[in-house]
Design a protein around this ligand. Structure first.
Ligand code: HEC
Length: 628
């Protein structure tokens, strides 16, 4: 990517965050010098579990479609000859009896390939297990979830994301034949289920289970020839095609056999390295919505296809090509605002940030709970932000500019328009309604402002984008609040390999954390955010250990994270200002200080919080530029 484009992209977010930086609330006078202890979660990432079709003892296949709308699915991985499974069986049965009536789905999963269905059924009835047992002799499903022993438990969301994996409770706390404690001190699985039913992220999402290592699996599809039509195409359609198709951001399409054949090795490399699909958050810290991660099984298929001659396979196996919705993802909007005339993006030249003020065509205030941006021409629209301006400034600027729209920046300092935000669109970002009871009032007479980032394509292109607004059906009862952890105290000597910035803030009211938006520039290598709860538990929230400014994202938690008053939020960011950092913009390295352009550095993390009680809003007023 050309450097000027990076500079622009960096400064876009930088200026927004810089605008938020003062005044900052909740600083600790003496921030504790603690770095979130993330080393222990290296390599412990679990899931997602994408291929769920397993047969039960009667031969019936259970798939994820059966669970749509359920709060969660629990898999108990157990084996008939495993003493730990026998010991855990009464507790598994109890949890199933307690939680199944509240909608959670329970299965046993037997990973032992040599056990017959009859033997497993006999054990299940001897142990009085009140749930069906699925057979996973090839261990495809449980390995995707990161399971390593029996007994072990996995809690999945219906989309395959793993919200908990590990022990049932802490009665067996070590290897070997030690007698388990009579009563658990920590019931980690139960705590996770209670949290999920309360629509919250479990505090503990991974624990170590002790038990019997998994038996050798059958080869499963290892004996099959991996073909494009049967195995590879579904993976590319599901995970890659939304960006790698004509008119989207990927540099080439990945839709046909020929597309994939040309790049089979390249695909294997970038997927094995976790470089594609682009997603920077470490799976061991934080579970996020729309995380486009491949399962271990998917990576394995892509690698084996490249290594075994890239067969095309039987045309009858090829699934229908993916269809991408042209319509509104949130349904028909109550009000659609469209740019009154097309804006023509020149064939070549710099990226353009162009803003368009769309007046609200009504003489009353509107209460909205959803906003969906719809690009008019995906070939040129790179991303867009949606704002609201109540001051008339956008209207004046629009009128003063002779061609449609006006500059998306103020002056030549590359400071983005300061209007409050309603949402953002990037390719692949799924629009969502605001959390229950929240939303935004748009005052009559105000303008909805689209600030669109256009990429020239080499051909002159016209765009006429729209935004759909969704009205609240019920009165708003709560307000989303915003808070930014950030500092201007950055001064990195040349050659410094691990310059550390630590920021800490005490949570001042009971809140739920919905979204985090980390930000730093090219010298940053690693980013950690954690919460230390009042009881001392450290909950990792986000870990990016290969920070890349080009792939910065908003991270929306799969379930909001409960942060009680008194929780300590700690952010640690690490910067490499040596020549070994391939992204160092300065060769040779020079001293780098705080600044909003991308050859300077920043360290910030914006948090979107929902106070549990309206009084908490006083501690966290909404300065959010990112969403409803
Ligand atoms: C969110 C959009 C997105 C998704 C999803 C995505 N890609 Fe990409 N991909 C890109 C972009 C953008 C580039 C160009 C990278 C750059 O310029 O740094 C790229 C580049 C690549 C490259 C070339 C890498 C390089 O170093 O030049 C390969 C190979 C690739 N993607 C494969 C895949 C595969 C396989 C998948 C699915 C498993 C996938 N991508 C999913 C957006 C995406």
């Amino acid at each position: 990517m050309p450097r000027w484009r990076r500079v622009l992209r960096a400064s876009l977010v930088a200026s927004v965050l810089a605008a938020l930086a003062v005044p900052v609330i909740g600083w600790l006078r003496e921030p504790p010098r603690i770095e979130p202890p993330f080393e222990r979660i290296v390599g412990e990432g679990a899931g997602p579990v994408k291929e769920l079709g397993l047969k039960d003892l009667q031969g019936r296949t259970h798939t994820a479609a059966d669970w749509a709308g359920r709060p969660a699915v629990v898999l108990f991985v157990l084996a008939p000859d495993c003493p730990g499974s026998r010991q855990a069986a009464p507790e598994m049965a109890r949890l199933a009896r307690d939680f199944a009536p509240r909608g959670i789905v329970f299965f046993g999963v037997c990973p032992a390939p040599r056990e017959t269905a009859e033997a497993v059924a006999a054990r299940a009835s001897e142990w009085a297990l009140p749930f069906p047992i699925l057979l996973d002799p090839a261990q495809q499903v449980i390995r995707q979830a990161g399971v390593r022993v029996t007994p072990e438990a996995v809690v999945l969301l219906p989309d395959g994301q793993v919200l908990y994996r590990g022990r049932v409770d802490d009665r067996s706390a070590s290897e070997g034949p030690r007698r388990p404690a009579p009563r658990p001190r920590r019931s980690d699985l139960e705590a996770a289920l209670v949290a999920i039913l309360a629509e919250e992220m479990p505090v503990v999402t991974q624990t170590r289970a002790f038990g019997t290592p998994l038996p050798a699996s059958t080869r499963g599809d290892l004996d099959e020839t991996i073909t494009f039509n049967k195995h590879v195409a579904p993976i590319l359609y599901r995970n890659c095609a939304r960006c790698h198709r004509p008119g989207e951001v990927g540099p080439f399409p990945l839709l046909t056999y020929r597309d994939a054949l040309k790049r089979a090795d390249f695909i294997r490399e970038v997927t094995a390295a976790g470089q594609m699909p682009p997603w920077k958050a470490h799976p061991g810290a934080g579970v996020f919505l729309d995380a486009p991660r491949l399962s271990a099984w998917e990576k394995d298929i892509l690698a084996r296809w490249a290594e075994t001659g890239c067969e095309q396979g039987d045309p009858a196996d090829l699934p229908p090509p993916p269809r991408f919705a042209d319509g509104w993802a949130l349904g028909q909007p109550d009000l659609v605002l469209t740019m009154p005339e097309p804006y023509v993006v020149p064939a070549t030249g710099w990226d353009t940030y162009r803003a368009f003020a769309l007046p609200l065509p009504t003489d009353r205030d509107l209460t909205i709970t959803g906003v969906e941006f719809r690009p008019g021409n995906r070939r040129v629209v790179h991303h867009s932000r949606v704002h609201v301006d109540e001051t008339g400034d956008a209207r004046r600027r629009e009128r003063a500019d002779p061609i449609p729209g006006f500059s998306g920046f103020y002056g030549d300092r590359l400071v983005e328009l300061p209007y409050p935000g309603l949402g953002a669109w990037t390719p692949g970002l799924t629009p969502r309604f605001a959390p229950e009871g929240t939303g935004r009032v748009l005052r009559r007479g105000s303008e909805v402002v689209l600030n669109i980032h256009y990429h020239p394509t080499g051909k002159s292109e016209a765009d006429q984008s729209s935004v759909g607004l969704y009205f609240a059906r019920k009165p708003l009862t709560r307000k989303m609040a915003g808070y930014t952890l950030c500092t201007t105290k950055i001064d990195i000597p040349p050659g410094e390999k691990r310059y550390t910035v630590i920021l800490a803030s005490r949570v001042k009211a009971d809140v739920h954390l919905h979204t985090v938006v980390p930000h730093a520039h090219h010298l940053c290598r690693e980013f950690r955010l954690a919460a230390t709860l009042p009881d001392g538990t450290c909950q990792p929230l986000l870990w990016i250990h290969d920070w890349n400014l080009d792939w910065q994202d908003q991270y929306r938690f799969a379930k909001p994270v409960r942060l009680p008053e008194g929780t300590l939020l700690t952010l640690a960011a690490y910067f490499d200002n040596s020549e070994d950092n391939p992204r160092n913009p300065n060769k040779p390295p020079r001293r780098v200080r705080y600044g909003v352009t991308s050859d300077e550095e920043m360290c910030a993390c914006h948090l979107e919080l929902l106070p549990d009680d309206p009084s908490g809003y006083a501690a966290y007023p909404n300065k959010s530029p990112f969403g409803l």
